[in-house]
Design a protein around this ligand. Sequence first.
Ligand code: GRG
Length: 418
Amino acid sequence: MSFPRGLCAVSRSARRGFDGCRRLLSSDHGSPALMQTRFAGAPRTTVLGCKDIYSWCLPSSYSIGHQIHHQTVVEEQLDPFSLVADELSILANRLRSMVIAEVPKLASAAEYFFKLGVEGKRFRPTVLLLMASALHVPLPEPTDGSLGDAVSSELRTRQQCIAEITEMIHVASLLHDDVLDDADTRRGIGSLNFVMGNKLAVLAGDFLLSRACVALASLKNTEVVSLLATVVEHLVTGETMQMTTSSDQHCSMEYYMKKTYYKTASLISNSCKSIAILAGQTTEVTVLAYEYGRNLGLAFQLIDDVLDFTGTSASLGKGSLSDIRHGIVTAPILFAMEEFPQLRTVVDRGFDDSANVDLALEYLGRSRGIQRARELAKKHAELAATAIDSLPESDDEDVRKSRRALIDLTHIVITRNK
Ligand code: GRG
């Protein structure tokens, strides 16, 4: 199964015309790809030019061709991040004002990761703002002047609020995670627990979570409140699953995928779904928004787990090796174990001894573990792209551009090297 580069820009009707697309949407959070997309006999696309402007280290050949009625039209590559850049900076300012606290120590702790330059990749708000545009249904021309615009802008503000809440929940979970892991760095600077101590880091996480709750309540939508409250439960469940594994669970791919959904994919998938709910979309569309987020989140984490071994290069041992050193068994090792069952004994011994880490790396190097983890990420990226491609058609240029950007993101996620 191949994931044709640049397919994102191929118009949906053209794509349907030549692909043998089979969709089997799954309700099983953890299962690997249940959907297959086969692009048989696709006409060759000649790409004449492109632009590489991503901050996530895209391969230099990354490009897009646009296929309309057997004609190839070159399309300028748009950076998904720059598409929402203005809105992201408004969002960043609003977030800074939302986390102001009464007590100075708490204020400086809570704003720590919202300060200019330490905002992270802003992956989640970018996805959510693009999803909001991708699901935009242009209202009929208002007969009385600006009423239609006011409705649209009110909805956009509510959807931005979802992006803000999501980012606050995300940062709160990072603060707590760093305390649990006793981490000393995060986003290239000292982690908050390292700089201000565990107690303040935990309290700052609680504070962000409470501000997220207040913002969530202001939306007055019980379905969305319930979804995002469940996300917090999932974060805690995933974290607990990771720290309390039996030997069998340690070595189970199913357990790993379930934990990955809880720890990483639940937040982005349920936030995408919330964006669709606020837009008053049909159940079918909200499910597609959810599926996009779920599969993108799973692909994102699978690549994160590969990068932990390889870092920016393709060679083993070039990553931070933080997971294995913390005794966390991820997809590459699980796949390696399928090829070399004797690796299980190494895993069972734990990784306190660095000689054991080296032995596991040796098995991993001899196996197809890294490759298979990448392939699984690619499958999930394809599923995410198919979810966007399955949305009801739209003639609106901004809607189409945002959908293309969401599909481009699926490619960025699996080709990133940091
Ligand atoms: C207080 C909400 C709350 C939960 C507490 C500790 C815990 C329960 C949950 C931890 C969940 C966790 C840290 C999941 C990891 C998610 C993840 C992949 C983080 C890295 O995301 P990036 O790379 O980070 O997008 P940046 O720094 O770019 O934002």
